[in-house]
Design a protein around this ligand. Structure first.
Ligand code: 5GP
Length: 148
């Protein structure tokens, strides 16, 4: 995996405004915030997308994410927020290192704007679809998804 800007931040080559760090996780302010307090939480493991992340790093991120959210809320006074996690260029991922956005949403509308073009689940296909996904869930570890 090519070095990303987040790898450079992890290596101390590029500065950041750090809000949390442990052996596996770093959190820092987004340099182009969508709203006041927009924070990024990243595993130190250099996985490109979430499906490539090890169970250990996933566990480490999941364990502290709610704690960092609480700190962002306390530090900003925000009440509402979105967690955004983009994977792949087509899904708006720019930096190819797994990251979770914590984006406070304020009464003035600042924060994440979401388009949600929902359709109706096709009941004829739903069970076959659920079954094929169910059957693909691996017990542990990283298994390559189709097309990767
Ligand atoms: P993505 O679109 O990949 O999910 O979001 C990447 C995020 O990283 C963007 O919100 C962008 O502002 C942020 N970002 C990119 N470069 C830097 C940087 O050098 N420092 C910080 N703190 N954030 C960055």
């Amino acid at each position: 995996m090519a070095d990303t800007i987040f790898k450079k931040i992890l290596d101390g080559e590029v500065p950041c405004h750090r809000v949390y760090e442990d052996g596996r996780v770093l959190a820092f302010l987004d340099v182009n915030p969508l709203s006041h307090g927009h924070t990024l939480v990243i595993p130190k493991e250099p996985a490109e997308t979430l499906d490539q992340l090890s169970d250990d790093s996933a566990q480490a991120v999941g364990r502290v994410l709610p704690r960092i959210v609480r700190a962002v809320l306390l530090g900003t006074g925000a009440r509402d927020y979105n967690i955004l996690q983009n994977n792949g260029a087509n899904a708006h991922q720019v930096v190819k290192h797994v990251h979770f956005h914590i984006i406070p949403k304020y009464d003035d509308g600042s924060g994440l704007g979401i388009g949600w073009p929902a359709k109706k689940l096709d009941s004829d296909e739903a069970e076959a679809l659920a079954q094929s996904i169910r059957g693909a869930v691996a017990p542990t570890g990283v298994h390559r998804a189709v097309g990767k």
